[in-house]
Design a binder for this molecule. Sequence first.
Ligand code: OOG
Ligand code: MG
Length: 262
Amino acid sequence: MTLDEKTIQQLAAHLEDAEREARAVAKITDAHPHLDWDDAYAIQASIRARKEARGSRVVGLKAGLTSRAKMKQMGVETPCFGLLFDYMSAANGSEIRMAELIHPKVEAEIAFVLKQPLRGPGCHVGAVLAATDFVVAAVEIIDSRYENFRFDLASVIADNTSASRFVVGDVAADVEGLDLRTLGLVMEKNGEIVAMAAGAAVLGHPATAVAELANHLARRGQEIPAGTYVMSGGATEAIPVAAGDAIHVRFQNLGSTSMRFV
Ligand code: OOG
Ligand code: MG
């Protein structure tokens, strides 16, 4: 840690206000170049406290920067973890209002819903699969609060990993009999294919992202509770969207997920 409690709270307010007012700000490491990952997760926790005080609730967890495509696109090599709040959840097929967002991008993800808690250290793919109730298709709408969507790892963690909206598919699949590594997905924007991937794009197996989240939380004395919805991170690079765009992602075995930006 390099920051005092007051600075952490100030930076949390700064980033959360930027989100609520849908306006981009300079990345916080410009003014605080020594800010480390612990500072960044402390800022994220302070954002959580602010939202909970206003009545919002955490409804899931996310891993990000877990695929080569995403790491290369953002120039960051280490996965990050963030929080999904109730107001971020949008129904499959619904409209997403651009006026509430800054410069959104969409990414296709495989999401897990747990039936048992997961606790690190040493959490691995096998433990995740054993604890999984079912998997579902998901699309995350990320919206960095930073100008030009440019950041470093500490800045993006503090900004709750660009979390903004997410859409969950309606097919709940048992992991038994499903090879999540070869599960394919195809993303279309306005009827044209813009990205495609297989589950293995995410750390070799998307359950690895969930295991890494459990191991990350263990370092903070926490676990992933039973029942948690966890997004494993974009398998493809993120695709920018504008008002009028329709996104449709077809997942092998998991149905499809769509939304329209208005
Ligand atoms: C950070 C969030 C990354 C993912 O799935 O890789 C993320 C960003 O790229 O803005 O959610
Ligand atoms: Mg994501």
